[in-house]
Ligand binder design. Structure first.
Ligand code: NAP
Length: 258
């Protein structure tokens, strides 16, 4: 299917690895020029080199997207933005009784206030152009809380509320905002969470993986490619009627009817 977005420009935040890279790859495959961000220069440049093989222009901005300076640098590099994919690292696991105010502020900065700041910066010109697409990578924890990820549960719920109202205010200008909710995907983040669980439970990482796969009806972790394909579709010309949705990609793990 031709996604109809060849020649558009996208910012992909936190895109050198994992789900962000999956999104960047599928957008590049559809002919979208990219501004790609992550903190570490080596993996960022390596990812950009691969993406350029699709014949698109890829600029890199190595910075922490959760800082105002980092956000400004990414926005400056992009100029006019058609597509914004918001992403950042997830907060660390722990117990509800562990976290203090500063831990919450950090999680809110990463997973709520940064995507909101990026949207506030990009939405006016998208609305003026009469076309725009925003996809926020959030988490399955928005629909089904993950006990050890209370910081993520909290911050992402805040972003979800903001998107629910905002998406409906910008839609008449041809701009859509949607959230993608990953369940367990085979990325470095998942591997490090598996390692943490293995240590906590005195099991091998392989056993933890088997246990977690057993909680997913599909019987395996998701892939960044599958995730990226949905992102590219949401950013396509075909997705203009999909507004303010929270799309779960979890292999059926959340046991709900709707
Ligand atoms: P990942 O494999 O660890 O990749 C994270 C990417 O983000 C890397 O490119 C990393 O590069 C970049 N990054 C992290 N913090 C950043 C920052 N402050 N500024 C700029 N770039 C940053 O993680 P992932 O699995 O793709 O997860 C992506 C998001 O989805 C996270 O918020 C995670 O919590 C959420 N999620 C993931 C899963 C899953 O199963 N994978 C499930 C639910 C939710 P640098 O380190 O070089 O900056």
């Amino acid at each position: 299917m031709d996604l109809g977005i060849r020649g558009k420009t996208a910012i992909v935040c936190a895109g050198s690895k994992g789900l962000g890279l999956g999104c960047a790859t599928k957008l590049a495959e559809a002919g979208v020029d990219l501004v790609l961000n992550a903190r570490s220069e080596g993996p960022l440049e390596a990812a950009a080199a691969e993406l350029r093989k699709f014949g698109v222009n890829v600029q890199t901005v190595a910075c922490d997207i959760t800082t105002t300076d980092g956000q400004a640098r990414v926005l400056d590099a992009a100029g006019s933005v058609d597509i914004l994919v918001n992403n950042a690292g997830g907060p660390p696991p722990g117990m509800w009784s562990d976290w203090e105010r500063d831990d919450f502020i950090k999680a809110l900065d990463s997973n709520m206030l940064t995507p909101i700041a990026m949207m506030k910066a990009c939405l006016p010109s998208m609305m003026e152009n009469g076309w725009g697409r925003v996809v926020n990578i959030t988490s399955v924890s928005v629909k089904s809380p993950i006990a050890v990820l209370g910081l993520s549960n909290s911050a992402r719920a805040g972003l979800t509320g903001y998107v629910a109202g905002t998406a409906r205010q910008v839609a008449e200008k041809g701009v859509t905002i949607n959230n993608m909710l990953p369940g367990i995907h085979a990325t470095e983040r998942a591997i490090s969470l598996d390692a943490g669980a293995a240590q906590a439970q005195g099991k091998t990482v392989e056993q933890i993986k088997i246990d977690r796969c057993a909680t997913i009806p599909v019987g395996r972790y998701g892939t960044s490619e599958e995730f990226g394909a949905m992102c590219a579709f949401l950013c396509s010309q075909h997705a203009g009627f999909i507004v303010g949705q929270n799309i779960l990609l979890d292999g059926g793990a959340v046991n709900t009817t709707m």
